[in-house]
Design a protein around this ligand. Structure first.
Ligand code: C5P
Length: 405
């Protein structure tokens, strides 16, 4: 599978003292190239094999190796706070033994005890060491505690012996990280998904605009969940105060016009389009370059013109992605939503009653009805926006499936 899921992921790579350390340069370089933020921790013995400058250059960040460096931060806990996953490669018999027995006598072993994120280890050593009863027992102990231990590959070893003990290929290490981060079972792998989210701002002058109270949360949840399911996700976002979801490519825009342009840049490239943005329907016909002075005016007339209907224009694309829209309504929810579904040419619409203050705009929870073009209606009970996002994507997967059948 592709590795789009790595974008924005925070990975710690622990390098210990084995000859295979040189192969981990490729792992760090690949992780960085694919958009992950990587911090490398080296043991003293690892630094005998590869210079720390190599890893610092490949990861774009200084290598951590000392416990007691005079710094503002406490290195081992700040690394533990940073990491979403850690991979130790190559993992020597020494580090495996230390982690199995809770020994913390250098930065890497100490940090490993502080992590509460998934740990992957890629052992590489001489076959006889690998088969040693103590090493085998330590590996088994760690496996039982949930550490993912890769099977070393068989072949010619650096010492000249033949057998199991070689560091697995970079691709196998990436797959293990995907599994550790829960993206290995990726029903949307290979799918290109674009989500619009948040409000738009339509400028009146440089300091005033027309907008709405959309928080963007629903769209951000959808984008994050699609990425977790393995899709390659672009999130075109109006101005919001949310952190970008992991594994998602974010394009920030302000106005409906800019959002339209950002979406058009993906014409012909999408499998799924989800319009969760609360796009302004009108914009001022003219936007003033300078701030409009109050002067002694009592009134200001604004002439508004329609903005492009982004989702309706995507419905005209050929080939056309699976299209999911939202209907934020205050009256006759289902009827209005169904009419919108037909008029805009969507495959599914998420009908959302925005009259209620306990759901919808700005709230953590939502209660919606999913309406398919077939007329099928699925009411979802009140739930968090992340749960609603999962239900919507389950339906999207179903729609994608029925397309290819
Ligand atoms: O017509 P209305 O704004 O109610 O439609 C809502 C749906 O259409 C949402 O999915 C929204 O993201 C999308 N939309 C759009 N471009 C607009 C207006 C709405 O993509 N200009």
């Amino acid at each position: 599978m592709g590795h789009e899921w790595l974008r924005g992921r925070r990975i710690v790579v622990g390098v210990t003292g084995g000859i295979a350390a040189y192969k981990v340069c490729e792992l760090v370089s690949t992780l960085t190239r694919l958009g992950a933020t990587v911090r490398v921790v080296m043991t003293e013995n690892a630094r005998r094999f590869v210079g720390e400058l190599t890893f610092a250059t490949l990861s774009g960040t200084p290598v951590a190796h000392e416990m007691w460096a005079p710094r503002d931060e406490i290195v081992h806990t700040s690394l533990a706070d940073f990491a979403e996953a850690v991979i130790v490669a190559p993992a020597t018999a020494n580090i495996i033994g230390k982690l199995a027995h809770g020994i913390a006598d250098d930065l890497l072993s100490t940090t490993l005890l502080a992590f509460d994120c998934p740990i992957v280890m890629a052992p590489a050593m001489n076959t006889r060491m690998l088969c040693n009863a103590a090493v085998a027992a330590n590996i088994e102990t760690l496996r039982q505690r949930g550490v993912r231990i890769l099977e070393p590959e068989e072949g010619r070893l650096a010492c000249g012996d033949e057998g199991a003990g070689r560091l697995p290929a970079t691709e196998a290490m990436l797959d293990a990280l995907a599994e550790a981060l829960g993206v290995a079972d990726a029903p949307l792998a290979g799918m290109r998904v674009l989500v619009t989210a948040g409000p738009t701002r339509e400028a009146i002058d440089p300091v005033r605009f027309i907008s709405n109270p959309s928080s963007g949360r629903m769209g951000y949840e959808l984008a994050g969940e699609a990425a977790r399911r393995g899709a390659s996700v672009t999130l075109v976002s109006g101005p919001v105060s949310l952190d970008p979801p992991a594994g998602v490519h974010v394009v920030n825009v302000e106005s409906a016009g800019q959002m339209h342009q950002a979406v058009e840049a993906h014409r012909g490239e999408l499998d799924v389009f989800i319009g969760a943005a609360a796009v302004a329907d009108w914009r001022p016909a003219e936007s003033h370059d300078q701030k409009i002075k109050k002067g002694d005016r009592d009134e200001l007339e604004l002439r508004l013109v329609r903005t492009p209907d982004i989702i309706a224009s995507v419905a005209q694309w050929d080939p056309r992605p699976v299209l999911v829209g939202f209907a934020a309504e205050t009256t006759d929810l289902l009827e209005n939503a169904e009419r919108k579904l037909r008029e805009k040419g969507l495959d599914m619409i998420v009908a959302n009653d925005v009259c209620r203050s306990d759901i919808g705009f700005g709230s953590d929870a939502n209660e919606v009805t999913l309406i398919r073009a077939s007329g099928n209606r699925t009411p979802l009970p009140r739930a968090s926006k992340s749960e609603i996002a999962r239900s919507i994507l389950d339906e999207v997967q179903d729609l994608l499936g029925s397309r290819t059948d």
